[in-house]
Design a protein. Structure first.
Lengths: 229, 377
């Protein structure tokens, strides 16, 4: 199967005074539709930097990122928000929900960025929140939701724009194990049922049970451990 | 994105109310100061603008309408015979004292005009007619003077410069920069009431109405060659000179301008500070929006719309407040000239200063690294 997302010899160097620090060094990696790739590694190993580059948020120092076979890492800065809007959904460890919006409005924000009509926004946000088991929490503000519920809203928001790649950074780090399992189960469901590619960075040992492939990253260099059978 | 801006602006209600109060105060200050200035300038030029004259013959070096140096009025008779003039009438201007009911005296500006000619006299009447001052000791006083002079009853008798004089009419809208009440009377009576005998048979101005007003500049140029001891001004030039005198030479314009600008700075500063605080408080959300694919334009819109909401609502409350305070202030002799043009103009100025004040926040968000959303907090 042709990969949806491909990283070729991806490198990110930072200048710190007179020193050059390599956050990510020569990482090559692919993920296809319906597949969950898990990236593991200690703190500071380069997982977040890699996810930022894969999500076209951070420009690599060298190497290439291809989306469905098209290189996007050489696109000008002004084109990248459009790529992120159309191709990616993001799930963050700290949820990053908008505290002044209800669960439904949070989900709708992603749709507003894509200029979706009001009717379609309402339907889509309701469907997604229902699919995430939050039909009775739609009009709640994040402050009134539990950690697990917040992350489910964040997943619904990430999926709202119908992206074909989901990037999840430590999606269960702020949750208890039961909620963590629920989130992993949801991510797997969306990958398998909707054919989305999921790239997930996680410390959570239970994440391994949901991944199709596992990549370890240490000091910015990646090694593939999986596939998992 | 305006929707998001609205939610963001109203999210912290206490902050929003404090901001709104600041903007209302500053917009009110700017609006009333500007309206006050325009009102004073309108008063200072009201007779010039409403006399219906195209040209004014004045003494050399005249700087404003109220302080005129008299010159012999026989020049008016000479000018009256010119074919290109519809009329040329002398107007006298002097200062006198009007005795009040309680025996106190009030300084008044006495305008003497020809009751048979539609020039120099009151242009709008609350009661009576401009021609009523003809044939005796009669006067017209502006109705706005009631605050200073007491009840202005038609037919009542008053004393101006110790001369008994009957009130035969009430004008409307005739005010001076000095706020001294205007007493309109016939040119002849005004001459008689002038205490200094050597100043009799003198005019302060000759107001000229041309058959063809488009010739004003050309005729003024020709008259300047003939009347070398006088200054010949078109109505527009006389208005400009009077405004310039009160604005620049007295320093009054600078004072009003400074207060109005201070109002704008306070408003812009309040908006800028609040939006910046709001932006800093929600940097995480802005980073999330950036990561989600919000364009620079989307993010700018959110910040600018907040500034627009603050400025719009602030001005929206300030304008009715200023309009409401117009009537009470005018009973105290203060003219607030608040028209649609001023409201529209100051709204634009308030809006632009608010948008400029939002610039710092825009720069902060533009520089924001969306990759921060991948770092745990």
């Amino acid at each position: 199967m042709k990969p949806l997302l491909e990283a070729r010899a991806l490198t990110k160097h930072y200048e710190q005074g007179t020193m050059t620090v390599a956050a990510v060094e020569g990482v090559s990696f692919t993920v296809s539709g319906g597949e969950i790739a898990l990236i593991i590694g200690p703190s500071g190993s380069g997982k977040s930097t890699l996810l930022s580059m894969l999500g076209c948020i951070l420009r690599p120092t060298s190497g290439a990122i291809l989306l469905a076979g098209h290189e996007v890492s050489n696109l000008p800065d002004r084109d990248l928000p459009r790529i992120r809007r159309r191709c990616f959904g993001f799930v963050f460890q700290s949820f990053h929900l908008f505290p002044f919006l209800t669960a439904r409005e949070n989900v709708e924000t992603a749709l507003r960025l894509r200029k979706i009509s009001a009717d379609a926004r309402r339907r889509r946000s309701a469907d997604l929140l229902e699919a995430c088991g939050l039909e009775d929490r739609m009009d709640f503000y994040p402050a009134s939701l539990s950690g697990g519920e917040k992350q489910r809203v964040a997943i619904a928001r990430a999926l709202a724009g119908d992206p074909f790649i989901l990037l999840a950074d430590e999606p269960t780090a702020s949750l208890d194990s039961a909620n963590g399992e629920l989130i992993f189960e949801m991510l797997r469901r969306f990958a398998k049922k909707d054919g989305k590619a999921v790239v997930m960075a996680s410390h959570d040992p239970s994440a391994r049970g949901y991944a199709d492939r596992i990549h370890a990253i240490v000091d910015g260099r990646m090694t593939e451990i999986g596939p998992i059978n | 994105m305006i929707w998001l801006a609205t939610r963001l602006a109203f999210h912290n209600r206490a902050r929003f109310i404090v901001t709104l109060l600041g903007v209302v105060f500053s917009a009110y200050l700017t609006l009333t100061e500007t309206a006050l200035y325009i009102g004073m300038m309108e008063n200072a030029t009201s007779i010039i603008r409403h006399a219906g004259a195209d040209l004014w013959v004045a003494s050399k070096g005249v700087q404003n309408f109220d302080f005129a140096k008299p010159f012999p009025d026989d020049r008016a008779k000479t000018l009256q015979s010119r074919a290109e003039f519809l009329w040329a009438k002398p107007i006298s201007l002097s200062w006198g004292f009007l005795k009040l009911r309680d025996g106190a005296q009030e300084l008044v500006e006495i305008i003497g005009y020809d009751p048979r000619a539609p020039v120099g006299g009151p242009w709008e009447m609350a009661s009576g007619a401009p021609a009523d001052v003809a044939g005796g000791d009669r006067m017209i006083v502006d109705e706005s003077a009631a605050q200073r002079l007491g009840e202005l009853r038609l037919g009542s008798s008053w004393e101006v410069n110790d001369r008994p004089i009957k009130l035969v009419g009430l004008s409307r809208g005739a005010r001076t920069f000095t706020t001294a009440p205007i007493v309109f009377t016939s040119y002849d009576l005004a001459q008689e009431m002038t205490p200094n005998i050597s100043r009799r048979a003198t005019a302060a101005y000759i107001a000229i109405k041309l058959r063809n007003p488009k010739d004003a500049e050309r005729v003024a140029k020709a008259l300047r060659g003939e009347l070398k001891e006088n200054e010949i001004l078109t109505t527009a030039a006389f208005v400009d000179r009077t405004v310039l005198y009160w604005t620049v030479q007295t320093g009054m314009g600078a004072a009003f301008c400074l207060t109005a600008i201070l109002g704008l700075i306070v408003g812009a500063g309040t908006i800028g500070q609040t939006i910046y605080a709001n932006t800093m408080e929600h940097l995480g959300e802005f980073a999330t929006l950036k990561a989600m694919g919000a364009s620079a334009r989307d993010l700018d819109t959110i910040i600018l719309a907040q500034a627009g909401i603050d400025a719009g609502l602030g001005f929206g409350f300030a304008a009715p407040l200023a309009l409401l305070s117009k009537a009470p202030l005018e009973t105290m002799g203060v003219t607030l000239a608040i028209g649609p043009l001023l409201l529209a103009g100051l709204f634009c100025v308030t809006l632009v200063s608010a948008l400029v004040a939002a610039y710092v926040s825009i720069r902060r968000v533009q520089k924001l690294d969306p990759a921060t959303v991948f770092r745990s907090q």
